[in-house]
Design a binder for this molecule. Sequence first.
Ligand code: FES
Length: 314
Amino acid sequence: MIADHVLPVPLTIVDVRDYGKRIKVFDLAAQSGERLPAWQPGSHVDLSLPIGIRRSYSLVPSSSESVWRIGVLKEDDSRGASRWLHEQALVGDRVVAEDVRNNFDLHPAVDEVVFVAGGIGLTPFLSMLPAVDAARVPWQLHVAMAHTEELALLGDWGLRPEVHTYCDDRSQRMDIPRLTAALRPDQLLYVCGPARMLEAVRGLLPADPRVRFEAFGAEVSESETDTVIRIDCARSGVSVDVPAGRSVLAALRDIGVEVPSSCEEGVCGSCETAVLDGVPDHRDGILSSEEREAGETMMICVSRALTPYLTLDL
Ligand code: FES
C-alpha cells in the first residue's frame, strides 16, 4: 500500500550525479520505497546529515513521487555540509528530511515572470518553470553560471527560447542593470542566487513589490559599527544583551529561549520571529523589500537592529 510519510522521514541516497566540478545532484528516497509528501514549486527541504549538520536545499522535480532531488554546490562551507555531500556521501548513505517549507511561492496573479538565477540558485526555478508554463503565464529565465557544463542542470528547459544563459568561462556577464531597467509593471521578478546578486538587484529596485528574493549561501555580514542590542522577549518576560559578533539566536539560546532554526545563514526562514518594537537591521536573504520595510518579522540568526533594543514575540 502506498502511504504518504509524515515528516521527519529517513531517506537514503539512491543516486548521485555530477554537473561539472562544483555541482552534484542527489536523489533521495524513503527507505521503505513509499511515496514522499507532496511539495509546492519553490519549496526546499531541511536535511539533517549524519555529521550533525542541518541544511536547506531546494527541491528539484524528479520523475518519481518516491524520490526527492536536490542540487548541491561545493562551497567553502565552514560547517561542512557541502563538503560532506561532495566528498564523502555515497549511494546508500542516510539523511533525514526534517521539514519541507516554501518561502518562495509563485504569486497566483501575474502577467509575466522573469526568473534570474545565479549558480545553484537555478534549482528552485526548475520546479517553478513547469507551473508557470502549464498555466500559460509568459516567462523568461536568465541564468548565470561559472562553467558551461553546469548548464546541464537545465535539462530540456535549456532548449527553450525563453532561456538566456551567461557563463563565466565564456566571458559572458548577465546585465542586471539592463534586466531590472526593463522590468514592466505587469511583470514579477524572482531572483535566486548568491548574496551579491541579490544586493545588486535590491540596490537597483529598492523596496520594489515586483521583486521576490531567495539567497543561497548568504554572506552573513558583520559590520564594524555593530553594537550591543538589548532583546526583550515579550511573552516570556526575559531579556538579553547581544554583543557585536554574536547572533540574536545564539544569545537567546544562552538564556534558554529556543527558536527553531536550520541554516543559521539567513536563507531558510525557519527562525523568522515577529518584531513587536524596535527596527530590525535585516541581513537575511529571504525577506522581500516590502517585508523588510514593514519590519514586522526578522531572521534572528543573522539580522540585528537599527535601534538599541528590539522587543520580540517570544
Ligand atoms: S535559521 Fe535559517 S534563516 Fe535563520
